[in-house]
Ligand binder design. Structure first.
Ligand code: PAF
Length: 271
């Protein structure tokens, strides 16, 4: 357990953890703000977790800016930043991986086969190091949220998982550290994700419940964008990540950048 956690827990202070991979943006800072409102002490972890990236994915070029991150977190008033080294997280010979069966296997799990085992393993290690009362995740990574909630439930981990709304640019694009990869024409094209979600939410509000027609609404909007290549556009249950349900989930390559987004169609879409 981290020394800071031991001290604060010993003093009876409520402790919040915001796990991140750095390259912080307003989405992360909204998690930090909520954590600061709900806890007496907040720890932010920054660790670009190699085991959640598959071969050929963007581990090496994932944006890293430790100085800017540190400055943003100081200004936000966090009480400690935990930056474990690779050797601390995965000492030589460490081979254990956590597999959350079912919910981690479709959609993102199918497209990125090692991803959720890597996420579940690192989240379990971070929770074990920090022992927070609450841990904060963004709704933007909806399937990650479902995987982490199942992990915590199945392993009886004594932590409350708090989920914060997706933060969007004024045109609807969900904030993501990977948006930094987008070239100007790709950035303009990337609005097709939020636009597709908005159109499906309108159809749902007008009474459309047929999963195939909702899926088609998503695809039709995405496919008119020449720079976009749809990996999946589905409407699923937010806990199982299988149909039927009302959570629209998208993964779309815009140019060379893979973007994900989601929206609960039973709610109006707003930026
Ligand atoms: O969402 C992220 O930034 C990462 O997947 C997480 C939860 C920090 C685990 O590496």
């Amino acid at each position: 357990m981290l020394a800071a956690s031991r001290k604060w827990r010993g003093e009876g202070l409520a402790l919040g953890l915001v796990p991140t991979m750095g390259a912080l943006h307003a989405g992360h800072l909204s998690l930090v703000e909520q954590a600061c409102r709900e806890n007496s002490r907040v720890i932010v972890s920054i660790f670009v977790n190699p085991i959640q990236f598959g071969p050929g994915e963007d581990f090496e070029r994932y944006p890293r800016d430790p100085e800017r991150d540190g400055e943003l977190l100081r200004t936000a008033g966090v009480h400690a930043v935990y930056r474990p080294s690779l050797a601390v997280m995965y000492p030589p010979g460490s081979t254990t991986r956590i597999h959350v069966a079912g919910v981690s296997e479709g959609l993102e799990g199918a497209a990125r086969p090692v991803h959720f085992d890597g996420v579940a393993t690192v989240v379990a290690k971070l929770l074990s190091a920090v022992e927070p009362d609450r841990a904060y995740f963004g709704q933007k990574d909806a399937q990650q949220v479902a995987v982490v909630k199942r992990l915590v439930r199945d392993l009886d981990l004594p932590v409350e998982i708090r989920v914060c709304p997706t933060v969007r640019e004024s045109d609807g694009l969900a904030l993501s550290s990977r948006n930094a990869y987008l070239k100007p024409d790709e950035r303009r094209a990337a609005v097709c994700l939020s636009s597709a979600l908005r159109q499906a939410a309108v159809a749902y509000a007008e009474g459309e419940r047929d999963p195939e027609r909702l899926r088609q609404t998503l695809r039709t909007r995405l496919e008119i964008e020449p720079l976009a290549h749809v990996e999946y556009a589905e409407v699923v249950d937010p806990r199982s990540f299988t149909p039927p349900g009302s959570l629209a989930v998208l993964a779309v390559r815009v140019g060379g950048t893979r973007l994900i987004d989601n929206h609960d169609l039973s709610k109006p879409f707003s930026t």
